[in-house]
Design a protein around this ligand. Structure first.
Ligand SMILES: [Fe+2]
Length: 226
């Protein structure tokens, strides 16, 4: 980060959604797109009851990680929008694959792996979402190059996508699924540490662990006070 660059720490959350322009029209338009993204996310999550609230929680944690990493406010705005829409491509995945309680066959997993590309096809129609398409397309890429859909590696993966990947994984692991129990915060932190540098960017993992540690201390302090 260069000296003098405006970061997420310098601006209130509401202003983050305003992008570079401070004009009321721009803020209103930005808010309208954010509302649209939330609505689309709710529509996708309505098909998948155990996913309810997933996109909002991913957006919240991804924002905290981005602020922890001193990301510029424009990138934070893109991450907030992309988080709401990251799984919109699941709309094209058939029920028998998306809701299968057991292990997926290779063919079924190939179906699931289409969802980032389907999202690109859907969002391409709207100019406003142009900048967030690479974040959504790459949220299942692995730092090692073993992810999908394009097997991008390391910093070839946009930083916003590396942040989304960690926030997405954290929320998935800490929520129960029909085929597995939820992991505890400690177990989740251990998985993140174990896979740092392979599945996820180690710097982003360090940042989320700092965020979670801070939140856990704040919670402890609140519990002591009450
Ligand atoms: Fe996804």
């Amino acid at each position: 980060m260069t000296t003098g660059q405006v970061t997420g720490k310098d601006v209130p959350q509401k202003e983050l959604r305003g992008g570079r322009s401070s004009s009321k029209e721009r803020v209103d338009l930005e808010e309208a797109y954010l509302q649209m993204a939330r609505t689309l996310a709710l529509a996708v999550e309505a098909r998948e009851p155990h996913a309810h609230g997933h996109s909002e929680r991913v957006a919240l944690l991804a924002t905290e990680i981005a602020i922890e990493l001193d990301c510029p406010r424009e990138l934070i705005r893109e991450i907030q929008l992309a988080a709401r829409l990251h799984d919109i491509g699941k709309i094209a995945i058939p029920d028998h694959v998306l809701f299968k309680p057991g292990r997926l066959t290779p063919a079924e997993f190939s179906e699931i792996k289409r969802h980032p590309t389907v999202a690109v096809e859907i969002l391409r129609c709207l100019d406003h979402f142009h900048d967030i398409i690479p974040l959504i397309e790459s949220h299942h890429e692995w730092y090692s190059g073993e992810g999908y859909p394009n097997k991008l590696k390391g910093e070839e993966i946009p930083l916003g996508a590396r942040i989304l990947a960690v926030a997405d994984a954290y929320d998935a692991m800490t929520c129960p699924r029909p085929y597995r129990r939820r992991l505890s915060n400690e177990e989740t932190a251990q998985v993140l540490r174990d896979e740092a540098g392979r599945q996820w960017d180690a710097g982003v993992v360090d940042a989320v662990l700092r965020v979670l540690e801070r939140e856990s201390k704040m919670l402890q302090a609140l519990l002591v006070e009450t």
